[in-house]
Design a protein around this ligand. Structure first.
Ligand code: PGA
Ligand code: ZN
Length: 439
């Protein structure tokens, strides 16, 4: 056996940022090198995602235990991995996919598979004695991402706040990643002050953003503009605003065809058709410095997405999250139908590192932008920070500059920027390269 061969794979049940169980996997190589990874978990989960295996045993953790997934890792997966080289990620991931045997990883569980896939990559990097971002991205991986910080939470992440799930700031005017975090944190704290002055709640939602009770999405945008101003920055120049309405969560489907469904904004008290929802975004992007809209429409409203992109695609990032679920087939359909110009990437939507990297490369080849993303349920694991640099993604979404499971990713990027030294690059506005309004 080679010394980079896998000796053992072991999983355990740990707790995520919401206090719910999730899978952690530890891989040990023959020479003693180890790799450890923890799996994130979403709550506004798309229906086309790979299956996160939960026990459903109501006597433990309200049915959310992951002991079955843990058992799959410790049994079948560990046996299959034993003796394989940790340096051959694609072979490892292919073996995991075959072993599972289903299209959506429902048998072994995408959580069991992803934990293994990521832990193997970490063991491989450690074996080579190099950081994960250079192990995965090679010597040329030097592009830090523009962070998209979700400073105001609504939807399923903060019930009773806005209909839209996420209001993010993008510090494109920063000179480097370090300054991007400084600007963002200053705006975040200014927002705290704005909310206090208005006697609005400063409690935070699942991703660390404030979650005040507000009558409309526009109120949220106004508060953020005030915060940017109070912090001494210029909206539309130093910072842009990005939205994740997570429209699938307020979409009520039609009986026969998704195009007949309705978008129900209950806080605002309005119900809109797909084309009316598009008009809403057209107005919003002309009234506010909103440069990016993720999941503006529902996950199967393909016709709506193509219309939205035809109308706004030259000046706004239209980002498919639930729409693509980091799935190659769905991405190909989106490219063919010109359904968007950007894709959100979540490792646990698809379940292996190799498939994730393939989707990123395909989207980049189509001239789209790619955003590496956390989930609302996170851990101290920082793999996505390295993945963003390794894949030249240009953008990352990891929550507010608040709560350590969010900061773990941003702090890892601060360390990577320092580690890269003079070679480090921060794209700033260039991260919006496929938009005509950006010069
Ligand atoms: P989730 O939400 O992690 O709760 O699914 C994140 C998102 O919709 O982008
Ligand atoms: Zn989303």
């Amino acid at each position: 056996m080679e010394i980079a061969s896998i000796k053992s794979v072991k999983a355990r049940e740990i707790l995520d940022s919401r206090g719910n169980p999730t899978v952690e996997v530890e891989v040990v190589l023959v020479n003693g090198t180890t790799g450890i990874a923890a799996v994130p978990s979403g709550v506004s989960t798309g229906k086309h995602e790979a299956v996160e295996l939960r026990d459903g045993d109501k006597s433990r953790y309200w049915g959310l235990g992951v002991l079955k997934a843990v058992e799959h890792v410790n049994g079948e997966i560990a046996s299959a991995m034993a003796g394989m080289s940790a340096l051959e990620q694609e072979t490892i991931d292919q073996r995991l996919i075959e072993l599972d045997g289903t299209a959506n990883k429902a048998r072994l569980g995408a959580n069991a598979i992803l934990g293994t896939s990521l832990a193997v990559a970490k063991a491989g990097a450690s074996f080579r004695g190099i950081p994960l971002y250079s192990y995965l991205g090679g010597a040329t991986a030097n592009l830090l991402p523009v962070p998209m910080l979700n400073i105001l939470n609504g939807g399923k992440h903060a019930r009773g706040s806005t209909d839209f799930q996420e209001f993010m700031i993008m510090p494109v005017g920063a000179a480097n990643f370090n300054q991007a975090m400084q600007i963002s944190s200053e705006v975040y704290h200014a927002l705290h002050k704005v909310l206090e002055d208005k006697r609005l709640s400063t409690n935070v939602g699942d991703e660390g953003g404030f979650a005040p009770r507000l009558p409309s999405n526009k109120d949220a945008l106004e508060l953020i503009l005030s915060a940017i101003d109070m912090a001494g920055y210029k909206a539309g120049q130093d910072l842009f605003i990005a939205l994740d309405p997570a429209a699938s969560t307020f979409y009520q489907g039609g009986k026969h065809h998704s195009a007949h469904g309705k978008y129900v904004l209950s806080q605002e008290g309005v119900t809109l058709s797909s084309t009316e929802m598009i008009d809403y975004y057209v107005k919003l992007t002309s009234d506010y410095p909103v440069i990016s809209i993720e999941d503006g429409l529902a996950e199967d409203d393909w016709a709506g997405w193509s219309l939205l992109t035809a109308q706004l695609g030259k000046q706004t990032h239209l980002v498919g999250d639930d729409l693509y679920a980091t799935n190659m087939e769905r991405l190909e359909k989106g490219i063919a139908q010109k359904a968007s110009n950007s894709i959100l990437i979540k490792v646990n939507q698809i379940g292996t590192l190799s498939e994730t990297l393939a989707v990123i490369r395909r989207a980049q080849k189509a001239g789209w932008t790619t955003i590496i993303s956390h989930r609302s349920g996170e851990t101290e694991d920082t793999t996505i920070a390295d993945l963003a640099v390794a894949s030249n993604a240009g953008l990352i979404k990891a929550g507010a500059p608040c709560r350590s499971e969010r900061l773990a990713k941003y702090n890892r990027l601060l360390r990577i920027e320092e580690d890269l030294g003079k070679a480090a690059q921060y794209p700033g506005k260039k991260a919006l390269y496929n938009l005509e309004r950006i010069k």
